[in-house]
Structure formats: C-alpha cells, structure tokens
Design a protein around this ligand. Structure first.
Ligand SMILES: *[C@@H]1O[C@H](CO)[C@@H](O)[C@H](O)[C@H]1NC(C)=O
Ligand SMILES: *[C@@H]1O[C@H](CO)[C@@H](O)[C@H](O)[C@H]1NC(C)=O
Ligand SMILES: *[C@@H]1O[C@H](CO)[C@@H](O)[C@H](O)[C@H]1NC(C)=O
Ligand SMILES: *[C@@H]1O[C@H](CO)[C@@H](O)[C@H](O)[C@H]1NC(C)=O
Ligand SMILES: *[C@@H]1O[C@H](CO)[C@@H](O)[C@H](O)[C@H]1NC(C)=O
Ligand SMILES: [Zn+2]
Length: 299
C-alpha cells in the first residue's frame, strides 16, 4: 500500500471532522452473483486455473456464489466493513483517492479502492514468489477482490458521507419502505427479475451478456484497459460511480419520496450496465494478475 499512500497529502485528515458510522453497504447477493457470473465468461485459461486452485470449493459449489463471501464474514471480520465503500464529501460529485479513501478513524487506504489495490497486490506478490507469500491468505485475498470490484461499480458505494451512501435516505420503493442504498443494492434488481425475467437471475445475466456482445462491443476494450499498464485501476470506476450516483441515484429520490415506474425504468439500464462493466473488468483484472506468473516463469 506504500506506493498508493505516498502520493497523498495528509491534509485529508482535516476532512474527518464529523463522520457517521456506515450502515450495510453492498450490492445484494444477486448483484454479486451476476458480476461474477459475467466475469466467468471472460476469464483466460490461466485465470480459470488459478481461481480453481485458490477456491477449492468452487469446483462443486458455483464459483459466483462465493462472491458474497465478503458480506457473510463482515461481522466476524469487523475491520473489513469499511472496505466495501468509499464516501465523498457531501454534495461532491467527484472522487479523489487521497481525499476520500480512509475509514472513520482516519486510517488511510481503508476503503473499497484501497482494498482493491491491497488484495491485487497480495495476489500478484504470491504469484511472483515474493517473500510476502506466507503473510496473507491468498484464498481470502481473491474472495475479497471478487466482491470489491463488484461493490465499486454500485453507484451508491461511492457516494456522500452525510447520508452514508444513501443508507439514511428513507423512501418508498413502490409500496415498501426502504433506504435508497438498499434500493440500488437489491430492489431495482429484484423488481426487474419479477417484471422482466420470470424471477430467473440466470435469464437476466444472459440478457446482460447478450448486450455485452451486441450493444457494448465497441466499449469493451475501454472497459478492460487500465492506463499505463497497471494491473488494476479502481479509481476511474469509483469516479464513474459517484457521477452516476449524482446523476441518477440521488436525483428525484429525496427523503420521503415514492419511487416507482419512472425511476425504476430509467435506472435499471444503469444498474445492468454497471453489472456488465463490473464483470468484464473483474475478469480483465484477474487475467492480468494471473498472467504475470507465466511471464515471470518464462523470464
Ligand atoms: C470451503 O468449505 C469449507 C467446508 O464446507 C468451509 O469451512 C470453508 O469456509 C469454505 N471455503 C470458502 C472459501 O468458502
Ligand atoms: C489489506 O489486507 C489485509 C489482509 O486481509 C488486511 O488486514 C488489511 O486491513 C487490508 N487493508 C486494506 C486497506 O484493504
Ligand atoms: C484461508 O481462508 C479460508 C477462508 O476464510 C479458510 O477456509 C482457510 O482455512 C484459510 N487458510 C489458511 C492457511 O489459513
Ligand atoms: C440492452 O441494451 C438495450 C439497448 O441499449 C437496452 O435498452 C436494454 O435495457 C439492455 N438490456 C440489458 C439487460 O442490459
Ligand atoms: C505497456 O506495455 C506495452 C507492452 O509491454 C508497451 O509496449 C507499452 O509501451 C506500455 N505502455 C505504457 C504506457 O507503459
Ligand atoms: Zn460489499
């Protein structure tokens, strides 16, 4: 984490004057399952082999179902709670790693983008036989990475501090009371499953996959690329998320408002595209991580 931190001014601490405790932050199970299922389509043979090696259970369990592991253990691994999101100052529709990536106690790098750098580095070091090899549990590093690349694509995981990424904004989702964060984690997806996909998540994933090959074809290489040959690049994903949070998630969703068809139908395409981008980028990242091993071995 040293490299990331060194570019950051420590003045960011001044921004920590008043922060509220975060609530539940995460794409719901369906969102994470979809992200990983989409990623599976784009994994290289090397990455597939590495994933199989690190997640021994995935051979008899569905690999994508392990993508919610980080949520399942979050109360047991209390320290990991802050790693699911990153908050910007209130009403600030841009993201800045140095300013925003810290937890409530001011620990630098303790946020979703910091965690993505962290776990990528742990996996890379492992596969380059560095001395760090015994320091970390690489199975857990992979499980965290699978989950956090999903989370950083959920717009309200990169959102305002004061409302805890929408957790304290109470609205009605059709007739049900819900907080805005949960609407974006789960309810848009669940309503879509009922309305359009016969309650079949695999059918929804199939439709997203079809759009990746038919509609977003020209964007694919952009989605996959990291500038300057980096292995992983979560910062632009976080910048996209906060822009989408301002433009779509917060918009017309003030406390007490009722969200129905108009909100649902205009936001669903955003959610589906974020699941697509999350999946494609997760695969591209894993492909880069697990190809460095080969390069080194051949060198
Ligand atoms: C694999 O399965 C075992 C036994 O069911 C369980 O204890 C362990 O936590 C699982 N590992 C992962 C990474 O899910
Ligand atoms: C990095 O990973 C280690 C091992 O899981 C963890 O203890 C630490 O909190 C992580 N830090 C960040 C910023 O993700
Ligand atoms: C690594 O983490 C996994 C998942 O928590 C656990 O099942 C496994 O026992 C751990 N391995 C070691 C060597 O601690
Ligand atoms: C697929 O793309 C079309 C055209 O942009 C869009 O209307 C539709 O909502 C997308 N469906 C999914 C599942 O992404
Ligand atoms: C990225 O890597 C390729 C191939 O190794 C190299 O040709 C190119 O110059 C690199 N680009 C940057 C910006 O480092
Ligand atoms: Zn999460």
């Amino acid at each position: 984490m040293g490299e990331r931190g060194s570019g950051c001014s420590w003045i960011w601490r001044l921004a920590l004057i008043l922060q509220l405790v975060g609530g539940i932050h995460s794409w719901g199970q369906e969102g994470h399952y979809a992200t990983c299922k989409i990623a599976e389509e784009y994994l290289s043979e090397d990455a597939k082999a590495a994933v199989k090696e690190l997640l021994p259970n995935s051979s008899h369990e569905d690999f994508a179902s392990l993508c919610s592991w980080a949520d399942e253990i979050r109360f047991h691994y209390h320290w990991s709670g802050a790693l699911h999101y990153v908050d910007t100052p209130d009403f600030t529709c841009n993201y800045d790693y140095c300013r925003d990536c810290h937890d409530l106690h001011g620990h630098r790098d303790a946020c979703v983008t910091g965690a993505i750098f962290n776990y990528t580095k742990q996996l890379e070091d492992t596969f380059q036989d560095s001395p760090m090899i015994t320091t970390f549990n690489k199975t857990e590093a992979l499980l965290f990475l699978l989950h956090f690349i999903g989370d950083v694509h959920q717009p309200l995981h990169v959102a305002f501090t004061g409302d805890e990424g929408g957790n304290t904004i109470i609205v009605h989702w059709y007739r049900r009371k819900a907080n805005l964060h949960h609407v974006w984690d789960s309810m848009i997806i669940e309503t879509a499953l009922k309305a359009f996909y016969g309650n079949d998540l695999l059918f929804m994933i199939e439709s997203i996959n079809r759009n990746i090959t038919n509609v977003w074809t020209n964007d694919l290489s952009d989605w996959k690329d990291c500038k300057s040959n980096q292995t992983v690049c979560p910062d632009p994903y976080a910048s996209e998320s906060i822009r989408l949070a301002c433009k779509y998630a917060y918009k017309n969703a003030t406390p007490g408002s009722t969200l129905h068809d108009e909100y649902f139908l205009s936001r669903l395409p955003i959610v589906e595209k974020r699941l697509a981008q999350g999946g494609v980028r997760l695969a591209a990242t894993l492909n880069r991580i697990f190809s460095s091993r080969k390069k080194l071995a051949q060198a």
